[in-house]
Design a protein around this ligand. Structure first.
Ligand code: ATP
Ligand code: MG
Length: 634
């Protein structure tokens, strides 16, 4: 009989070594490990000690035997009108050529390669080629401004940087190479070489002699390259990746090799249920953790074809994603609530236009998936929707349904249960004691962190310990800085960040709870709620809402009555204590480039303070609207 979810999870916590040794069989090892877990210097821990492997081997070479001629990479760009597929054999050849180019530029084991690229196949070749050589990549989201890029260059100190002349977004050219030049002028540790994929998008691109290298020309010299994989010890770093910067300065997460490969392989089996030979479509970007784990490494390790999409979800029309699903028979899809909220503002007929019957699951992660939004997308697509809760730090889901283990029913609004390997607890933030069902607590993980989670903060072991493990005095537990509760049935609900908890006249409210209540109003597409200082009550909630149809805001009377209705909805759902003091309507919320609402900046503005670090802010007009709303109406 199949093991239940509970039994599976219990085994992973009570016998972690046996459990993970079993999962480790899902990947290839060049040399077997001697010890499953070393945990003699907590909170640091090493998985699969002494084992030798390579991420690129597991993602590419390993499949040549059985599926050389099957698709590995499906590239669709609605920006340049390009579609191109690569089989595993073709991917292998291109990665080998790319690796030879990097070698030519002096890259070897342990060197860093900074990748600042649009969503094009060469970006994935560059990542795979880097780990093939035992080097360490640091992918920076293409679109970050020069200063943010310079900070990351100085942190990683790369030997080589890989970029393109340009990227495109919404039909507009973004001159990447130009941004790189600006960044390197500000940087204290510029790389010796910049390798450029020239797409012919920026005819004015400047070339720095002696530093800049044209990829196409260098590749020509390595057409017959056959670069072997560098076998590295399991704990050798594979990459550095920065967190989204939603709460402040981003942290440079360092990932290992073997533990990560095992964690991803296991997740493909137990969580995503993707089979070799099928297609996986994650709508994220390689600049984020979802892109690393579920555009590049996870699907490929699982022998699946991965869709690499350059473009917006609504261009040329809001049916584009489903058209891709139909055409390439996608079976598993991964996206974010922010994208679903974009679709929510479009005509739902677009979601019905294509045959998406191959699709088994749509996974969503990155922000709380409120119940009304989950219900909406579930009705529109008629596909199981699975909320995933995790972080850049963990590399793979912490809370999720696991249909590959047991088909537990989902409750919309909840990312279900702790994934195997995570000894996850909700702790009282003062006493550090576990809270009971229905009580709110801080999400924490008792170490050792499972395979796949960060090894440390790049170059800053003390920051790793102090940032993540010092939340509860002497107790050594990993805190995720989120706030949640567990219901009587064991389902978890994330209530928001610990920073976002509002204290109204002594009552502790998660902004998420109020946002969810606001979202139940039929006219609202999305919203942000922040706590604003109040002399009487300590704090009061203030809401910023985006309506589905702007016609509803045509005049002041309509606005005022909608605001009243929204407040009445919150009152009905949560009680008057949670009522927003004000509801401001905007057409856009300020978000990070990874699509997360920047509540800390909204709150700062609402309280008349400086919005803080805005380096990860996407479109400044969202913040402008908040400013206008606050100053114009209060
Ligand atoms: P930074 O750590 O730099 O402030 P960040 O926390 O936004 O940025 P990420 O690693 O991209 O960086 O995001 C992880 C966070 O996103 C989680 O800690 C949680 O707050 C939120 N999150 C992710 N998925 C979910 C989800 N399914 N439900 C609720 N919250 C989620
Ligand atoms: Mg975080």
């Amino acid at each position: 009989m199949a093991e239940t979810y509970q039994a599976f999870h219990r085994r992973s916590i009570e016998q972690p070594e046996a459990f993970w040794a079993e999962q480790a069989e899902l990947i290839d090892w060049h040399k077997p490990f001697e010890q499953v877990l070393r945990f003699d210097n907590p909170p640091f821990r090493d998985w699969f000690v002494g084992g030798e492997t390579n991420l690129c081997h597991n993602a590419v070479d390993r499949h040549l035997k059985d599926r050389a001629d099957q698709n590995a990479l499906i590239f669709v760009s609605t920006e340049t009108d390009t579609e191109k597929t690569y089989t595993f054999a073709e991917l292998h050849r291109e990665v080998s050529r790319f690796a030879a180019c990097l070698q030519d530029l002096g890259v070897g084991k342990g060197d860093r390669v900074l990748i600042y690229m649009p969503m094009i196949p060469e970006a994935i070749f560059a990542m795979l080629a880097t780990v093939r050589l035992g080097a360490i990549h640091s992918v920076v989201f293409g679109g970050f401004a020069a200063h943010s890029l310079a900070t990351r260059v100085d942190d990683a100190q790369p030997k080589v940087m890989v970029t393109a002349d340009g990227g495109m977004r919404g039909g507009k050219i973004i001159p990447y190479k130009h941004l790189v030049d600006d960044a390197l002028a500000q940087s204290e540790h510029p790389p010796a070489s910049v390798l450029i994929v020239n797409r012919g998008l920026d005819p004015d691109m400047a070339i720095v002699a002696g530093r800049d290298v044209d990829y196409a020309s260098l590749r020509e010299r390595h057409l017959d390259a056959n670069v072997p994989c560098e076998w590295v010890e399991s704990n050798h770093p594979s990459y550095i990746l920065y967190t989204s910067g939603t709460t402040g300065k981003p942290k440079g997460v360092q990932r290992d090799t073997g533990g990560y490969a095992v964690a991803l392989a296991a997740s493909m089996k137990h969580i995503y249920c993707g089979n070799p030979g099928e297609a996986y479509f994650s709508t994220s970007d390689i600049g984020w953790v979802v892109g690393h784990s579920y555009i590049v490494y996870g699907p490929l390790i699982g022998g699946m074809a991965t869709v690499v999409y350059e473009g917006l979800p609504i261009r040329p029309d809001p049916g584009i994603w489903w058209q891709i699903v139909e055409k390439y028979k996608v079976t598993v899809m991964f996206s974010a609530p922010t994208a679903v909220r974009v679709l929510k503002k479009q005509d739902p007929a677009w979601l019905k236009k294509y045959d998406i019957s191959t699709l088994r699951y749509l996974f969503l992660a990155g922000e709380p998936l409120d119940e009304p939004t989950a219900q909406w997308i579930s009705d529109a697509l008629n596909v199981p929707i699975i909320d995933n809760y995790w972080q850049t730090e963990t590399g793979w889901p912490m809370l999720t349904a696991m249909p590959g283990v047991e088909n537990t029913p989902v409750k919309f609004g909840s990312p279900s249960f702790p994934a195997y390997g995570y000894n996850l607890k909700l702790l009282d933030e003062v006493s550090g004691e576990e809270v009971g069902p229905g009580e709110k607590g801080v999400v924490a993980v008792l170490p050792p962190l499972p395979p796949g989670c960060l090894s440390t903060v790049w170059g800053q072991d003390d920051r790793f310990v102090n940032t993540y493990f010092k939340g509860f005095k002497d107790k050594l537990v990993y805190s995720s800085f989120d706030w949640g509760l567990k219901d009587e049935d064991g389902y978890y609900f994330i209530l928001g960040r610990t920073d976002d908890v509002i204290n109204v006249a002594g009552h502790r409210l998660g902004t998420r709870e109020i946002e969810e209540a606001v979202n139940t109003h039929n006219s609202i597409a999305e919203c942000a709620v922040v706590g604003v200082a109040d002399q009487l009550k300590g704090q009061v909630p203030m809401a910023f809402a985006v309506v589905k149809d702007p016609a509803q805001l045509a005049d002041e009377t309509l606005r005022a009555s909608l605001a009243k209705e929204v407040i009445a909805t919150v009152s009905k759902e949560l009680g008057a204590i949670a009522n927003p003091s004000q509801v401001h309507f905007v057409t856009q919320l300020p978000k990070t480039r990874s699509g997360k609402v920047l509540r800390r900046s909204i709150q700062a503005i609402a309280e008349g303070r400086d919005p803080g670090d805005l380096t990860t802010l996407d479109d400044p007009s969202g913040l402008e609207q908040v400013k206008q709303a606050v100053t114009g109406q209060s």
